[in-house]
Design a protein around this ligand. Structure first.
Ligand code: G6Q
Length: 546
């Protein structure tokens, strides 16, 4: 509790912040064309490589001095001690009084991390071993359903952190998945999600993984009960539940209450936040899909980035640099969003995954000591896989009025080599980043013979920053490193903003109101309501027409 709570000057009173403010006045408007013209080695110098990921950050509106000041800001904010506090199990999630130890989920057996007097590492490996033996039984067909048939379909029921990681990882690593198994992910309380997920499945070949840390989440419990009813309607025997349902949870009592044999429960701990849990038992669907060995490679990738984050000097530290660059645009250029643009079809759900990781973590308006923040916090993250976005929203990134820093993600090799496709894909990554940075001047447009009236429309101002992340191939290991990179970039920003990236009080109010309103929607007689006039009349209108 002490490290993150130790008194610190407000962000905008730190010497490095003040220095950055005046530094911004001098270079904020300078064009990337000038930066590159002044230094022929910029494209080689502003790069960093770790855990199988290469980052070219040269197309950012920065100088060596910017980097020096940003690194000083990280130092003055106590980032170094925050990192140590996380890795050593201090209760840095102060509003929930919890340690934050997703890094323990991928630590080797030889490590020791003690929380409340107990080394957590043996427990982590015990769960991984239990997951592995279960996953192998499902994959081999040794695990049989109630009627003796092998499992063909795996349906993960969970929401938020208990859904977005598993579905992203399944899609990202589909190339490595066992193809005679079908995977579905049900999250939304909208009954359509469940109905469509099981429409073509047979209950006797279907295994449900109910993924819920608390086992109280309204959406997940509603879907789990509907799944139970669907299974029983098909198989007609309560005993079937034990063969077709397993739970991933920290709440053994409620799991047993649901009728799931707690021998088939995979546990985790209160120090794993939902959005940081895809490498815990919440990743059981991933492990069944890709197999235990590939899952261990995924963990190894996470761990490699963890070690880098903890030990590399800040100026060579990939997550620290990524976090600092994001903060530079958010707080000094007033950029409101970041576009994440994976040029890899398998990463199609990566932007949605990142939305939760970044925005639920750093979308905060008060500091750790409860005071209003001194600057903007998390930008909005969004994106689509390339090249699709190019034919839709890239227009705004190139010629709109907003500054949108972009993270491009690409791979040297395709998992599905097909003629010229991969060269075409990667040519687009490099071309987009080049076009964004350098644009096209009016003189260049005129020189092409463009009539004068059309010239303004065809000018690209350029000076739009981007990062390019490259890796060799999308392997489980690389995916682990990529996710850990963003986790620690979020951590870096949170530490500097002096906010708590590990709570999510902002999701509470809507949940509480929905519980109250649900009663009013289902009430037989007209309920007495205390809502504002808009909410009350919407409820009346719905009641009348439902
Ligand atoms: C993530 C959040 C949230 C959580 C879901 C599901 O960091 O805490 O998205 O993962 O609300 O919670 P359960 O796993 O408890 O069902």
């Amino acid at each position: 509790m002490d490290t993150v709570n130790s008194p610190r000057l407000p962000l905008n009173e730190l010497p490095a912040w003040k220095a950055l403010t005046s530094h911004f006045q001098s270079i904020g408007q300078k064009h990337l064309r000038e930066f590159f013209a002044e230094d022929a080695t910029r494209g080689q110098r502003f790069t960093v490589e770790a855990a199988g990921l290469f980052l070219d950050y040269s197309k950012n509106r920065i100088t060596d001095e910017t980097l020096r000041l940003l690194v000083s800001l990280a130092e003055e904010s106590g980032l170094r001690s925050h990192i140590e506090a996380m890795f050593t199990g201090e209760k840095i999630n102060i509003t929930e009084k919890r340690a934050v130890l997703h890094v323990a989920l991928r630590a080797p057996k030889s490590e020791h991390i003690v929380v409340d007097g107990e080394d957590v590492i043996p427990g982590v490996h015990a769960v991984l071993d239990k997951m592995a033996s279960f996953a192998e039984r499902v994959r081999s067909g040794a695990w049989k359903g109630h009627t003796g048939k092998r499992i063909r379909n795996v349906v993960n029921i969970g929401i938020g952190g208990s859904d977005l990681g598993p579905v992203m990882a399944y899609e990202a690593l589909k190339h490595y998945s066992q193809r005679d198994l079908t995977f579905r992910f049900v999250s939304n309380v909208d009954g359509t999600d469940f109905a469509e997920a099981v429409a073509d499945l047979s209950p006797d070949e279907t295994l449900f993984l109910v993924a819920s840390k608390t086992f109280t989440t309204q959406e997940t419990m509603a879907n789990a009960h509907s799944a139970r009813a669907w299974l029983l309607a098909g198989l007609g025997d309560e005993m079937a539940v034990a063969k077709h349902f397993v739970a991933i949870s920290t709440n053994a009592k409620l799991v047993a209450g649901f009728g799931i044999d707690t021998a088939n429960m995979f546990g985790f701990w209160d120090w794993v936040g939902g959005r940081y849990s895809m490498d815990s038992a919440i990743g059981l669907s991933t492990m069944i899909a890709i197999g235990p060995e590939n899952f261990r490679d995924l963990l190894a990738g996470f761990h490699a980035m963890d070690v880098h984050f903890r030990t590399a000097p800040f100026e060579k530290n990939l997550p620290v640099l990524l976090g600092l660059l994001t903060l530079w645009y958010t707080d000094f250029f007033n950029a409101q969003t970041v576009a994440v643009l994976p040029y890899e079809q398998y990463l199609k759900r990566f932007p949605s995954y990142l939305q939760q990781l970044t925005m639920e973590s750093n979308g905060k308006h008060v500091t750790l000591d409860g005071k209003p923040v001194a600057s903007e916090t998390s930008p909005v993250y969004w994106g689509e896989p390339g090249t699709n976005g190019q034919h839709s929203f890239y227009q705004l990134i190139h010629q709109g009025t907003r500054l949108i820093p972009c993270d491009f993600i690409g791979f040297a090799k395709s998992l599905n080599p097909l003629g010229r496709h991969h060269d075409m894909l990667m040519a687009n990554v490099f071309a987009q980043a080049e076009a964004l940075a350098f644009g096209k001047t009016a003189e260049q447009v005129r020189a092409e013979g463009t009539p004068e009236w059309l010239v303004p429309h065809r000018v690209f101002e350029g000076n739009r920053p981007s990062n390019i992340l490259l890796a060799d191939t999308l392997t489980p290991q690389v995916l682990g490193a990529l996710v850990a990179l963003y986790e620690h970039s979020v951590f870096t920003q949170g530490a500097i903003w002096s906010i708590n990236p590990f709570d999510q009080w902002g999701v509470e109010l809507g949940k509480a109101l929905a519980t109250k309103i649900l009663g009013e929607l289902e009430n037989e007689s007209e309920p007495a309501m205390t809502h504002d006039s808009s909410t009350a009349s919407l409820i009346r209108r719905y009641r009348a027409s439902k």
